[in-house]
Design a binder for this molecule. Structure first.
Ligand code: SF4
Length: 110
């Protein structure tokens, strides 16, 4: 019989992922889902095509009921690619760094 060993980081990410799925992501299926991935994931995508596709994906995000949950999850996992909560991976990386610096500052003053 396996025993669950608490791992705060893993359990937090798992909880955030569950909250995201329960919030009803708009990109889960259909035409909306298609703009979150290149037409051919095995081929390089031209920059102009990628930018246009990402712009469409951001439009989906801006009216998504799961956007807040998506942002929380994305800041926890800091993905290398894709559009999450209306932000690129680079934008998410910058925000994650800011959040971690702010948290470290709060801990230093506590
Ligand atoms: S905010 Fe965007 S990426 Fe996140 S779940 Fe909604 S549609 Fe998907």
């Amino acid at each position: 019989m396996s025993q669950h060993t608490p791992d705060p980081d893993r359990d937090t990410v798992r909880g955030l992922r569950k909250a995201l799925h329960l919030a009803g992501p708009a990109c889960q299926d259909g035409a909306a889902a298609a703009v979150f991935m290149p037409a051919d994931v095995f081929e390089d995508e031209a920059d102009a095509v990628r930018r246009a596709r990402e712009k469409q994906a951001k439009t989906v995000c801006f009216s998504c009921p799961a956007r807040a949950a998506c942002l929380a999850y994305a800041l926890a996992i800091v993905p290398d690619e894709g559009i999450w909560a209306g932000l690129t991976a680079a934008q998410l990386h910058d925000r994650a760094v800011g959040v971690r610096r702010a948290a470290a500052g709060l801990e230093a003053t506590a």
